[in-house]
Design a protein around this ligand. Sequence first.
Ligand code: SAH
Ligand code: SF4
Ligand code: F3S
Length: 441
Amino acid sequence: MSSRSFAIKSYGCQMNVYDAERMAELLRASGFTEAAPGTAADIELLNTCHIREKATEKLYSDIGRIRAAAQAQGRRPTVVVAGCVAQAEGPEIRARAPAVDVVVGPQAYHRLPDLIARAGQGGAIDTDMPAVAKFGHLPPRARRARPSAFLTIQEGCDKFCAFCVVPYTRGAEASRPAADILAEARSLVAAGARELTLLGQNVNAWAEPSDPAHDFSALLAEVAAVPGLARLRYTTSHPRDVTAGMIAAHARLPALMPFLHLPVQSGSDRVLAAMNRRHDRRFYLDLVARFRAARPDLALSSDFITGFPGETEEDFAETLALVEEVGFAQAYSFRYSPRPGTPAADRADQVPPAVAAERLARLQALLASQQLAFNRTHVGTETEILVERPGKGPGQWIGKSPWLQSVVVEAPGLAPGALVPVAITAAGPNSLAGRLLGDAP
Ligand code: SAH
Ligand code: SF4
Ligand code: F3S
């Protein structure tokens, strides 16, 4: 008998991408095989995101699509809902979508094989939240890794921003022990990774569970020292958890790439207070100045929300002014989405969606112009790229610059994982073009 096949679709943030990889490894180790992309699978797993309403609604439309396709082919796949919607909505998912057999939260997926086995007996739900316990129950990392790999070091959030569901879907802040993280880093490098991105909802809140003095900046130095590792990144950091040691790490560690994602959400002190961000505009701008003093070529990225309840045109103007003042290389921006169970959703002063959307359009135009301007400053310079995947054209490869820009080069002899010098020849809004310097390695 051939083994049962599975397919995983992941939505949301990089932590979900990481979880999807670990779930795939677990299912393979349990005797399942991955279905070829686009083919029917016996187990359809949806790794979901709850952050905005659109992300959650996507789950239900995908379940409908899977069910319709299976019915047309006379199949009955096992449908598994994992991730943050599973955690937030639990049993409601099966009430709304009876085709779902298993609901499993982000802290319980190490029990997937057992839950799938129980799916036939009326379904299974597991949204337990034993903080980081799952890591001890997962199989070792796969023997092959991508050139740029993710490594979750911290989960959960204690910040309770007034708009955000993450503290409810991922639970309280919890850190993995450094020894586990370093072992996983070494195995990813042995499997071919050249770059690691350390992940956490508040990655810089990381601390050794038994020793709070062993903090994130110490961990950065330890991971940077893993033999064979060329590049180190981390995301997402919270302004409140930035330390002097972390800023100094950007001056001290050559492997630490000159790119920092530091969400600010708004430039208005009034809105930041209402958001419960626990930092103001000045605090954020001071951090930016200190990071840039430590690493002058540091590029910044951020997250923004427009139309938070009570946001006025003057508040929004302060967000635009902050963007002008900092100059971002890249950023994510969103229209505020009221989320069930969060304090901001209950406020009476909701901003009309059309107003929030119009502000978002203005903000995105400004951010896009900054991104293009940043990319253009690189034309005529030489830099190193980490080759990740083939491009669309013949002989084309796409790699990443130290500043996380995609760089397209025409060099048929390259391979994923190569770190090669290039001259940047052209810049667009979303990518650069480069010419390989010297011969392909
Ligand atoms: N832990 C990270 C990011 C979490 S979610 C941090 O604190 O920065 C990623 C981004 O989604 C947030 O930074 C925020 O900009 C956005 N976001 C979160 N909740 C949202 C909501 N209700 N509506 C719109 N955007 C939201
Ligand atoms: Fe959400 Fe705020 Fe926590 Fe980030 S810091 S995950 S935005 S509550
Ligand atoms: Fe979404 Fe959960 Fe990540 S809500 S953004 S998948 S932590």
